[in-house]
Design a protein around this ligand. Structure first.
Ligand SMILES: Nc1ncnc2c1ncn2[C@@H]1O[C@H](COP(=O)(O)OP(=O)(O)OP(=O)(O)O)[C@@H](O)[C@H]1O
Ligand SMILES: CC(C)(CO)[C@@H](O)C(=O)NCCC(=O)O
Ligand SMILES: [Mn+2]
Length: 901
């Protein structure tokens, strides 16, 4: 420990971070894994200002670099004004933003590290990426793999020289002082120094708040993610294991005290590893340790007690009494010891000692939670188990050791976020959603990911790394440790099957969106083998569709192959280590698949299905797709009759017909094999009617009477103020199922927000597709037209309507909006929705979830703070059997009134 105790325990007051223009805009941001397994990236969709592109943490052993690249995101709101805000309010908000003319630009943060002793590699990297250029358009940061990024209009706005003479970059760690001149001379970069402890704490607070499942426990080989409650985040103990170890008591943002430290740290481990075992790399020591038996090096209690336990004080015979104690014997030289045994002994000595010192500090300050960071941890199971064991053993289970997925980047991230708006406390974990890029399963720690220069490079990268990928994920056998060395009868048994090399030891992370005001709920989906198999078995078919959607050209085929390889690798990796990317549910798996498709520029693999183009795979499918192309049109053509029919009914009949209609139209799903069979016969209306006739109540889940009471019952039938409808399929589903129900809601005076996918997935309607459908439907329905105008979906639609019969034209109508969910999957994880949906949820008192994916696979048991209606037709035998104990085409109408009223 430090010689001078006072130096290491100096109290630190809240940080007064140096103001720095321009600012980083973190609101509505997202984290996105980069192509480097160790380099998860962060998407900043609202970033409009030019900003310095990187921050560094130059430590005693390693340089950690965080850098920014641009990306443009598609707009998320398709209405003229976002729901919840009047146009006036929105203008005011715009003014408040300083009247920025720039379009909203997004970006990602990437994470890379280098050995400090090879600082030139870091400088070369910065130079090659042109991170030191003030002008983004000049730098190589555009990610052409992202559709829409780096395009003309955007580029123009970036040509702004903010630091015309020299670029200023945030830097922390001791090297911010030591290497300032080198950076200045070689790159013309001036360091804006941020204190190392400030940055560690800022980075750690940022991660714990902003990244879902950032923290996890690791005991006896079991990794368990922990979601930290924001209100209970402080106080905690932060133990950063770098070259040396800093131990910090954290009480708030910028409120902390470095209470202790130890000089027996990662540097000690690495240094002794080089000297004793002649290891060339850090990972080599870890690998050696996997096969080691430390009892030949360590002096055990049993060695001293003639093979006996010293049970009186709770020490088993196998407990390490003295690390390296056997080496005192005079007749052995270093070369007489197994390198593997030495490595394990060393790893246990250092890890256990740090665990013990951390425990003592936690005890001293009454802290129960201890977070460990620093690159020494390395996501290595045995290291984490040893530390956890020490904490658990000494605290008798009172204190908990937790580890961080971004373990090594606390300081660098802390420095990077110091560019940001000061109010980091506004960030919330659910603002961040994760995505996983194609390179994730392949890239090792020393890799900086594939070049993103162009698509063909990406494709060949995937090819090249297929081989490497399988090497990386191949398990290295691990001998079971024969001694514990951890002071007790219990032993830290790392049950993890193996130590994997860099990519597998590392945890990947992914994307951020704002939350709705709905309660968070657990995913229903079970990410076990079932879904892996489904996804694998449907992969060839999907590839075929994707390739067809792009005209089945040679290039499309190549991309299709590369996509399949990449996605298969993700699945393989995840089936070996389900926690590799953090906690993953079905919704994330589907999102992952869509993300992979997008990486290979399949912007809408289902386009051909929806539009009926490009499908010539046999006469049957051709028929199906041709029919599919006409589905929107055909459904719109029969809509007026359906609406008139509904209007002849009594309110009680009508609400039943509407719900029945929603369920019946949900049968139109090109993603469902069972349904495609159905389409071989009959027109849309015939299928729709047949479907409606068949579904006699009571349904499999049938809360309809309860809902009807809320709708037309006595006393409690006030119209809802705002309804959020999460819609499912394109075609008849939305036209014949959703639109009539929407019209009824609007007529009752309920504002309606249609929430649809931002990105295509299976047959789901995408938010951008809805306005034209509404425009067409509005021709037959004046209420729809006026509400669409009120919601900004239609502008000069007055002349369009053929229906002038209803209502006073001057009477205000509730608005109809369309909002993109932020998701590109047939399921929806409501913990991760776009900020627009979150905003739209404000004031909503009815949520309608439509379709199997949204209402059954996910959210079936979700509880809400408002009325919720879950509607679906079951089109999958397994779900019918397993979840509902029913049969194919059973219906679910689950209604749960707001519990709070
Ligand atoms: N690939 C690697 N190369 C070097 N060291 C590694 C590697 N992987 C893990 N380590 C371990 O991580 C330690 C460095 O961790 P980290 O980068 O957090 O510290 P640092 O910032 O360099 O040090 P300090 O904060 O004390 O100045 C090394 O001493 C070593 O034990
Ligand atoms: C000196 C630092 C802070 C540099 O990162 C780190 O290596 C450390 O905390 N070392 C331990 C020093 C001590 O004994 O407190
Ligand atoms: Mn450091």
């Amino acid at each position: 420990m430090a010689d001078d105790a006072s130096a290491s325990t100096a109290a630190v007051t809240p940080i007064n971070r140096s103001p720095s223009r321009p600012q980083l805009v973190l609101s509505g941001a997202a984290i996105q894994g980069s192509t480097d397994d160790k380099s998860p990236s962060i998407v900043l969709p609202h970033q409009t200002d030019e900003l310095c592109h990187f921050a560094v943490d130059v430590g005693g052993s390693l340089v950690k670099l965080v850098y920014f690249s641009r990306q443009a995101d598609p707009p998320l709101v398709y209405s003229g004004s976002p729901p919840g805000k009047s146009i006036k309010e929105r203008d005011r908000a715009k003014e408040a933003e300083g009247g920025r003319k720039n379009p909203i630009l997004g970006g990602r943060l990437h994470f890379v590290k280098f050995e400090t002793s090879k600082i030139n590699e870091c400088l070369d990297f910065i130079q090659s990426k042109r991170l030191h250029c003030t002008n983004l358009a000049d730098s190589a940061l555009f990610d052409p793999s992202v559709p829409g990024s780096g395009e003309g209009a955007i580029v123009k706005f970036l040509i702004v020289d903010i630091f015309p003479l020299s670029i200023i970059c945030k830097a922390t760690g001791g090297g911010a002082f030591k290497y300032a001149e080198v950076f200045k001379e070689r790159l013309g970069v001036t360091f804006d120094k941020e204190d190392e402890m400030d940055c560690l704490v800022a980075g750690s607070n940022f991660l714990l708040r902003a990244i879902r499942y950032e923290a996890f426990t690791h005991l006896e080989g079991q990794k368990q993610f922990v979601q930290i409650n924001h209100d209970e985040l402080f106080p905690y103990l932060l133990v950063n294991i770098g070259s040396g170890v800093s131990i910090i008591k954290v009480d708030g943002d910028g409120v902390f005290q470095r209470v202790s430290g130890t000089n027996l740290g990662g540097g000690t481990f690495w240094g002794l590893g080089r000297l004793l075992m002649n290891c060339k790399t850090f990972d080599e020591i870890l690998e050696l340790s996997q096969r080691g038996d430390n009892s030949s090096v360590d002096m055990l209690v049993g060695d001293i007690y003639g093979g006996l336990d010293y049970s009186k004080i709770g020490l088993s015979a196998s407990t390490i009494a003295s690390s390296f104690g056997k080496a005192i014997s005079g007749d052995k030289d270093l070369s007489d010891y197994n390198r593997e045994d030495l490595a394990l002994s060393l790893l246990r000595m250092i890890s256990y000692n740090i665990g013990q010192i951390a425990y003592l500090n936690a005890l001293q300050y009454g802290l129960k939670r201890i977070f460990f960071g620093g690159v020494f941890i390395r996501g290595h199971a045995y290291t984490m188990d040893t530390i956890s064991f020490a904490i658990n053993f000494w605290s008798k289970g009172e204190a908990q050791a937790m580890f961080l997925r971004h373990e090594g980047y606390l300081g660098a991230l802390g420095a990077f976020v110091s560019y940001a708006e000061p109010d980091l406390t506004a960030l919330r974990a659910h603002q961040f959603v994760e995505r996983f890029p194609v390179g994730a399963p392949y890239a090792g720690g020393e890799m900086h990911g594939p070049s993103v220069e162009d698509l063909s490079e990406k494709i060949s990268w995937i090819d090249r790394f297929m081989k490497r990928g399988s090497d990386i994920t191949a398990p290295i056998p691990m001998a079971a440790p024969t001694t514990t060395g951890v002071g007790g009868f219990e032993r830290p048994l790392s049950r993890a099957p193996c130590l994997r090399s860099d990519s597998s030891a590392a945890l990947n992370v992914g994307v951020l969106h704002l939350v709705p005001t709905l309660e968070a709920f657990p995913l229903l989906a079970d990410p076990s083998g079932y879904w892996f198999n489904i996804l694998l078995s449907t992969l060839p078919d999907l590839v075929e569709k994707a390739v067809a959607s792009e005209g089945a050209t040679d290039s499309a085929k190549k991309r299709g192959d590369a996509f399949a390889q990449a996605f298969r690798a993700h699945l393989t990796r995840l089936s070996e280590d389900p926690a590799a990317y953090g906690k993953l549910g079905l919704a994330n798996l589907l999102e992952l698949r869509e993300e992979c498709l997008r990486e290979f520029h399949f912007t809408d693999a289902y386009r051909a299905i929806k539009k009926g183009e490009a499908f010539t795979y046999g006469p049957d499918s051709y028929l199906v797709w041709t029919r599919a192309r006409r589905e929107n049109e055909a459904a719109l053509a029969v809509l007026p009759d359906l609406l008139s029919e509904l209007d002849t009914m009594t309110p009680s009949e009508r609400i039943l017909a509407l719900i029945e209609g929603l369920l019946a139209a949900n049968i139109f799903d090109w993603g469902s094999k069972a349904c495609v069979e159905l389409y071989r016969s009959g027109t849309i209306m015939e299928i729709y009617r047949m479907s409606r006739d068949k579904m006699k109540r009571p349904w499999r889940v049938d809360d309809f009477d309860l809902f009807r009471r809320r709708w037309i019952g006595e006393g409690n039938d006030k119209p809802h103020k705002r309804a959020l409808l999460f819609v499912d399929n394109a075609g008849a589903d939305i036209v014949l199922g959703v639109i009539p129900f929407v019209r009824e809601l609007l007529r009752r005076g309920t504002e309606v927000v249609l929430v649809a996918n931002s990105l295509p997935a299976v047959n789901d309607v995408v938010a951008t597709e809805i306005p034209p459908i509404i425009a067409e439907a509005a021709k037959y329905c004046d209420v729809l037209r006026r509400s669409a105008v009120a919601g900004g979906l239609l502008t000069d639609a007055a002349s369009l309507s053929k229906d002038r019969s209803q209502g006073n034209q001057d009477e205000p109508v509730p608005a109809l909006y369309v909002v993109a969910s932020g998701s590109g999957s047939p399921c929806i994880d409501l913990r991760q929705v776009s900020s627009e949906v979150a905003e739209a949820a404000n004031g909503a008192d009815l949520v309608v979830l439509e379709g199997m994916g949204r209402a059954v696979h996910t959210n079936f048991n979700a509880k809400f703070k408002c009325d919720v209606l879950k509607l679906a037709m079951i089109k999958n035998q397994r779900v019918a059997d397993k979840l509902l104990n029913g049969s194919l085409y059973d219906c679910v109408c689950r209604y749960e009134p707001d519990q709070q009223v």
